[in-house]
Design a protein around this ligand. Structure first.
Ligand code: G3H
Ligand code: 13P
Ligand code: NA
Ligand code: ZN
Length: 328
């Protein structure tokens, strides 16, 4: 059944687990996520970005998610809009049937320029007002994602700020988090603790100074009833980087957010964990390997089936690690 995010996150908080929120752009990702959830009996959050809507078209995405609900009626599914750049975008998604929206007012409508606190509150409060009027949950974001050491916001062509950011912008303060929740009434709060979008998060395995799980604990202490969201939470599996590079790819040395660190966050109020890059890496690795090993094959179903298998394993691993098994 299609459910609101609030319902799932309240359940997750009550039972001390966290939910991966996987980005979805195509049939193969949708199948991987649902087959994995079905296998371990986990609830599902699928999210569509502006890029996904551009790629697949909003009606196709909507029906892909509705198809998942139809095929797996026993699994609760949240249809979430990721990184809405304005209240208008969120409103259109609600009209399309999304049960949850993110208003990302940490950046201006260009999705690149960090905004003022007042701008963020106004945009987010507006979205909370019209969303709650129709039973739709809202995620807001305070702080700007970026690498605390280099000041880089992440991949150049992806979602995120452009140019160098200050340490303060990239690390959400307890004070701002408390004020923002009070001023907006969001259901879930995305915070910045050193993660960033894409594959290039950390130049070495992250230590406590660049991945500030301690800040999550402080924010959770101050806001025990707020569901915390971690963006940029792909773990960037080294084994998939190896497969990609072994079969003709070229991805430089890079590290993601270790699953153990996410699990530590889940012990301290993290309820939604955004993952996109890991499924992209697994998918790319699986295709490269299959193509190299089967040069005469030309049925797309053959190599796309390999991507489903690879992504499904990542989904199962995250559902199990985050404590979702049997929670559907
Ligand atoms: O927020 C970032 C997600 O990874 C979505 O990325 O805009 O390329 O679909 P995208
Ligand atoms: P990753 O790039 O780490 O997968 O993050 C995805 C994300 O935060 C989507 O909103
Ligand atoms: Na989101
Ligand atoms: Zn994100």
């Amino acid at each position: 059944a299609l459910v609101s995010m609030r319902q799932l996150l309240d359940h997750a908080a009550e039972h001390s687990y966290g939910l991966p929120a996987f980005n979805v752009n195509n049939l193969e990702q949708m199948r991987a996520i649902m087959e994995a959830a079905d296998q371990v009996n986990a609830p599902v959050i699928v999210q569509a970005s502006a890029g996904a809507r551009k790629y697949a078209g909003a009606p196709f995405l909507r029906h892909l998610i509705l198809a998942a609900v139809e095929e797996f009626p026993h699994i609760p599914v949240v249809m979430h809009q990721d990184h809405g750049a304005s209240p208008d975008v969120c409103q259109r998604s609600i009209q399309l049937g999304f049960s949850s929206v993110m208003m990302d007012g940490s950046l201006l409508e260009d999705g690149k320029t960090p905004s003022s606190y007042e701008y963020n509150v106004n945009a987010t409060r507006t979205v909370v007002n019209f969303s709650h009027a129709c039973g739709v949950s809202v995620e807001g974001e305070i702080g700007v994602l970026g690498n605390l050491e280099t000041g880089e916001a992440g991949e150049e062509d992806g979602v995120g700020a452009v140019g160098k950011l200050s340490h303060d912008q990239m690390l959400t303060s307890v004070e701002d988090a408390v004020r923002f929740v009070k001023d907006t009434g969001v259901d879930a709060l995305a915070i910045a603790v050193g993660t960033s979008h894409g594959a290039y998060k950390f130049t070495r395995p992250p230590t406590g100074d660049v991945l500030r799980i301690d800040r999550i604990k402080e924010i959770h202490q101050a806001l025990p009833n707020t569901h915390i969201v971690m963006h940029g939470s792909s773990s960037v599996p080294q084994e998939w980087l190896k497969v990609i590079n072994e079969y003709g790819g070229n991805i430089g040395e890079t590290y993601g957010v270790p699953v153990e660190e996410i699990v530590e966050g889940i012990k301290h109020g993290v309820r939604k964990v955004n993952i996109d890059t890991d499924l992209r890496l697994a998918s790319t690795g699986a295709i490269r390997k299959f193509m190299a090993e089967n040069p005469a094959e030309f049925d797309p179903r053959k190599y796309l089936a390999k991507t489903v298998e690879a992504m499904k394993q990542i989904c199962i691993d995250r559902y199990l690690a985050f404590g979702c098994e049997g929670q559907a």
